[in-house]
Design a protein around this ligand. Structure first.
Ligand SMILES: Cc1cc2nc3c(=O)[nH]c(=O)nc-3n(C[C@H](O)[C@H](O)[C@H](O)COP(=O)(O)O)c2cc1C
Length: 224
């Protein structure tokens, strides 16, 4: 195990979405992935119930098939935005889909040494229904997202990188069929590339400072 000489604050501020700087030639040992997962699994979960499963893809054939699903989902999403069928953050998504980095990941995903698909057990059996309330969403997603982010931080601390991706979920059932995930009761949280990074010098991103997005004791009416 090699841990980079980074402080906690440096890891927290420099864990970026890595796409073009993923080392597609260098294998990642299963032991490294399991080490990062063991760290991630310390994350909190609602009612202390770890209703999750983690599927690591490291067979090039399976990675190739999963990458095809990712590509097809992205093509479908772009088409839906173009025709106005998909409204979700229209401008942002448009800008991002044109980004070279996003296209690079899409076009090179099949070359990745490994990827991770976190799977959430639909505890209340409601997430796919219109009965799901904010409570259900917050409790369920809040019981996997902290672990996934910890996984990304653990990768970063060991000279590896990832990018949070959700685009394949437009074809979630296809991925479930490919990997044998019981679709009706299990929900995929995303798809996370795993690779060593080309270099380890990543910088903090531009963000509005806390003082601009924080209020004390009351909502800020200027936020609308
Ligand atoms: C919920 C979520 C979904 C995302 N989906 C994708 C995706 O499908 N494909 C992709 O290339 N990046 C995806 N990203 C990565 C974001 O584009 C990236 O995190 C953002 O541009 C900020 O960059 P940074 O993480 O380096 O700060 C996603 C990120 C999040 C948090």
């Amino acid at each position: 195990m090699t841990v980079l000489d980074l402080t906690i604050d440096e890891v927290l501020t420099t864990t970026r979405a890595v796409r073009k700087r993923l080392d597609l030639e260098r294998p990642v040992e299963r032991a490294m992935i399991e080490e990062c997962l063991d760290l991630a699994l310390q994350a909190p979960t609602g009612s202390n119930q770890q209703r999750w499963h983690w599927i690591v893809l490291d067979d090039p054939e399976v990675i190739g098939q999963a990458s095809e699903i990712y590509r097809a989902a992205m093509a479908q999403y772009s088409a839906d935005i173009a025709t106005g069928r998909e409204q979700y953050e229209r401008q942002t998504v448009r800008a991002e889909q044109m980004s070279e980095s996003v296209a690079y990941l899409r076009d090179n995903m099949h070359r990745l040494p490994a990827m991770l698909i976190p799977v959430l057990v639909d505890r209340f059996g409601v997430l796919r229904s219109d009965r799901a309330q904010t409570f259900h969403h917050a409790s369920q997603w809040g019981s996997i997202i902290p672990a996934v982010w910890s996984f990304m931080l653990a990768l970063r601390s060991r000279g590896m990188g990832s990018a949070w991706t959700t685009i394949h979920l437009h074809r979630e059932q296809e991925m479930a069929d490919l990997l044998g995930i019981p679709y009706d009761t299990h929900i995929q949280a995303g798809l996370f590339p795993i690779a060593y990074t080309l270099g380890t010098d990543f910088r903090p991103a531009l963000r509005h400072p806390a003082t601009e997005v924080t209020a004390y004791n009351h909502w800020n009416p200027a936020w609308k």
